[in-house]
Design a protein around this ligand. Structure first.
Ligand code: GTP
Ligand code: MG
Length: 287
């Protein structure tokens, strides 16, 4: 099964980015630190056409720090400049202007050699919906100028925002891509709330989350939901569903007759995961 959908405004958002490329010195690509590859637009190279690029693993406060370090190494090996940041607290954000300048060093040196005063660096901020682009911009600007919110699709159009005298940032609406070749990509995005839940079945999303998290983060998971026995075989769907039912019972998601309401249990579970109640976790690792 491939999940296919592509809201029209995303085609427009992509076109608008390409129209602005001429004005842009550097692209800042925001990925979700919990799922860097799944939150990476497979068309990004094509869209950015060789612009110097800085990769930010945002929401690093929610991700497993050891896995985030592996991801940073991974992107560096791919030849990118990459750091982990937390746009909501500002952790790591101060380093961004210096890294952008470093990427543009040759260009800036040439301008200086010609006696020109280097103008403010123009940076394009790109990434999937809800990854924290506008939050990052507000953080860098030191004021709340771009609208933010905890659901995808807050930013509707582009907006230039000045950061001191050194940088100008272009906020853009989040973009996704026409289809997910690997359905796990869709599930990872859905677990974190990057895509609307209705696109996938909520019980399938919760199943995916429980399968991964019980395997890699059993202790915090068991503690949060008061569980005792970890699944023996994570590939056995019955065992994963049994965990979901146990969570449902703990949270009182019962139907008449005492059976667990799996849909309700899934919804409660995902809400708690998204609210960070499980602590820090990553949904994919590079190695
Ligand atoms: N925990 C955590 N939350 C963050 C971070 N950055 C952003 N957020 C939250 O993520 C949500 C989305 O942030 P936005 O800045 O609106 O995201 P966006 O990428 O601009 O989204 P669109 O405009 O819809 O494309 C908000 O609730 C932010 O508070 C972060 O580093 N850590
Ligand atoms: Mg936004």
């Amino acid at each position: 099964m491939t999940i296919q959908w592509f809201p029209g405004h995303m085609t427009r958002a992509r076109r608008q980015i390409q129209e602005k490329l001429k004005l842009i010195d550097v692209a800042i690509e925001l990925l979700d630190a919990r799922l860097p590859l799944s939150s990476r637009n497979p068309m990004v190279d094509e869209i950015l056409q060789g612009k110097p690029r800085l990769i930010l693993l945002n929401k690093a406060d929610l991700a497993d720090p050891a896995v985030t370090r592996e991801w940073i190494d991974y992107f560096k090996q791919e030849g990118f400049s990459a750091i982990a940041v937390d746009a909501s607290s500002g952790q790591g954000v101060k380093e961004i202007p210096a890294l952008a300048k470093e990427l543009l060093k040759d260009k800036i040196e040439k301008q200086l050699a010609k006696g020109m005063n280097p103008r403010a660096i123009r940076a394009l901020i790109v990434g999937i919906p809800n990854v924290g682009k506008s939050t990052l911009i507000n953080r860098m600007a030191g004021r709340s100028i771009a609208a933010t919110g905890d659901r995808p699709g807050i930013t509707k159009g582009q907006q230039w925002i000045k950061v001191g005298t050194e940088m100008e940032l272009l906020d853009t609406p989040g973009i996704l891509w026409p289809k997910f070749e690997d359905q796990n990509v869709g599930y990872r995005l859905a677990v974190t709330g990057a895509i609307r839940e209705e696109i996938l079945n909520i019980e399938d999303i919760a199943f995916f989350a429980v399968k991964y998290l019980t395997q890699y983060y059993w202790e915090p998971f068991a503690e949060r939901f008061g569980l005792e026995e970890a699944p023996e075989d994570f590939e056995n769907p019955d065992e994963i569903v049994a965990v979901m039912e146990a969570v449902g019972r703990k949270r009182g998601c019962l139907m008449s007759g005492g059976r667990v309401d799996l849909e309700k249990a899934s919804s409660v579970l995902l809400r708690e995961l998204r609210a960070g109640k499980l602590g820090r976790y990553s949904l994919e690792a590079p190695y």
